[in-house]
Design a protein around this ligand. Structure first.
Ligand SMILES: [Zn+2]
Length: 460
């Protein structure tokens, strides 16, 4: 609920003493009714179901979930909402709407210079996941990020395994027999993934893979799902009920006490953050649901991690503090690790004839940094950017990804959104080449922005 609505509610409840001399109970009723009324009007105006933060308390699963209010002032910015059921929009000059669907489809189907899929030996490399390494360290203060292909990652933090955009099917398409098919396999079987939380950036088929999500829930019912606004219905209709739907800057704290199965307490904060993209699942629902990036941070007690018995107790007190602007918290015994997931995003719009240097860039990542401080680890998209004049507004080039890496003040970034499906016109193996060239040009160290194998784990 933003300040405007609260003011209306307060106004309604304050009419009583001055005008109608209502009882205290009547005033409370009036206030609550006012809040409910304006919330309902507001939700219907954008044409999606809006789940207030209070839903968190009723969710099942091992986590205690609570809404975080430290980002409340940022939630008041509703420039990305379109009224009258219009859905959502990118509210920055860095985004220009490019009617790309028809020209892009023509280009992919009939254009010359189609990207050639390299022979298997020349594609992105894959390796088996080193589960021992992830599990061994999971009880300590490390954060492990394992690339599962395209934009799919497993983020393992103390006490919680968080799956991001798990598109692991053979095709990213509404059809099982047509649409982009994967050119490299995922590094593990679905059954090998032990998932506590699943985070989705938006509803495109290469990010929201409903089949996989349903299979995950068949295996483990209480997985907690986070989706941007308007996407909850799709999951609920598919039988997935443990869902939190977020607007940009909605933030939740997850707490799970230590148990026999998991001898470590889990303290995770998940915040839905902006990105420059769009949504569509069908030909008729463009931008009706929201898209987002995500900021995830995990806090552990350093002293207790040194115990041999792994019965570390995490700093509950730290969870109740406002988010600090750096990784160091006011409690010297705690360590907070911050992860940023870019999902799918553009950074600028470069139309034909435009110079990359002269167009506006997306301010969202600078804003994310100004709120959360430096990022310890970021997963950023580097592929599906050509032709630039059709795709730059919604997809990053390697150069864009490096700019975002710097905007976030990321200590390390991992490349994603390349090498798995052929979604655009650049050569399949071009994104990492351009990334390296751009990094050399800027004098960056190789370990600042890494290109990993599928199945490889990065630890910070
Ligand atoms: Zn997308």
């Amino acid at each position: 609920m933003d300040d405007g609505w609260l003011r209306v509610a307060r106004l309604l409840s304050n009419i009583g003493p001055h005008t109608f001399a209502l009882t205290r109970r009547q005033k409370v009723f009036c206030g609550v009714a006012g809040v409910g009324l304006v919330a309902a009007v507001s939700a219907s105006a954008i044409g999606v179901e809006y789940s207030p933060n209070s839903v968190a308390a009723s969710l099942g699963g091992p986590f205690t979930v609570s809404a975080d209010s430290s980002v409340a002032e940022l939630r008041n910015d509703r420039r990305h909402w379109i009224g009258g059921g219009g859905g959502f929009a990118n509210p920055w000059p860095s985004f220009k709407d490019v009617p790309f669907a028809v020209p892009f489809a023509k280009l992919m189907l009939f254009g010359d210079k189609k990207p050639k899929v390299p022979i298997a030996a020349d594609r992105v490399r894959a390796q088996h996941i080193n589960w021992d390494r992830i599990r061994k360290d999971a009880n300590y203060d490390k954060m492990h990020l394992t690339w599962l292909s395209h934009a799919a990652f497993l983020l393992s933090v103390p006490g919680a395994n968080i799956l991001l955009d798990p598109c692991l099917s053979d095709r990213c398409s509404p059809l099982s027999w047509a649409g982009p098919s994967r050119i490299v396999n995922p590094p593990c079987k679905l059954e090998e993934l032990d998932v506590d939380v699943c985070v989705i950036s938006h509803n495109h088929y290469d990010h929201l893979d409903l089949d996989v999500m349903k299979k995950l829930v068949e295996k483990k019912k209480d997985i907690l799902f986070f989706v941007p606004m308007g996407n909850k219905k799709l999951l609920v209709d598919a039988g997935i009920s443990n869902v939190i739907e977020c607007d940009w800057w909605d933030s939740y704290k997850l707490h799970k006490p230590a148990s026999q199965d998991s001898p470590v307490e889990s303290n995770v904060q998940i915040t839905c953050t902006p990105s420059q993209h769009f949504s569509s699942r069908t030909l008729w629902d463009k931008n009706k649901t929201l898209w987002s990036s995500w900021h995830i941070q995990s806090t552990v007690n350093q002293d207790d991690n040194e115990d041999d018995d792994n019965t570390n107790i995490l700093a509950e007190a730290n969870l109740n503090e406002p988010i600090s602007s750096t990784s160091a918290t006011s409690n010297p015994n705690t360590i907070t690790k911050k992860f940023f997931f870019g999902g799918d995003t553009g950074y600028r719009t470069v139309l034909q004839g435009d110079s990359e240097d002269d167009v506006a860039t997306c301010p969202a990542f600078r804003e994310i940094h100004s709120h959360f401080g430096d990022t310890d680890l970021a997963a950023l998209p580097i592929g599906a950017y050509a032709p630039r004049h059709l795709l730059s507004n919604v997809h990053c080039s390697p150069r864009d990804a490096i700019d975002i890496h710097h905007d976030l003040h990321a200590k390390k970034s991992v490349a994603m959104h390349w090498g798995t499906f052929v979604l655009s016109r650049e050569d399949v193996m071009e994104p990492p080449r351009l990334l390296r060239q751009e990094m050399e040009k800027r004098g960056m160290r190789e370990e600042e922005f890494v290109v990993v194998d599928i199945g490889e784990t990065v630890t910070v």
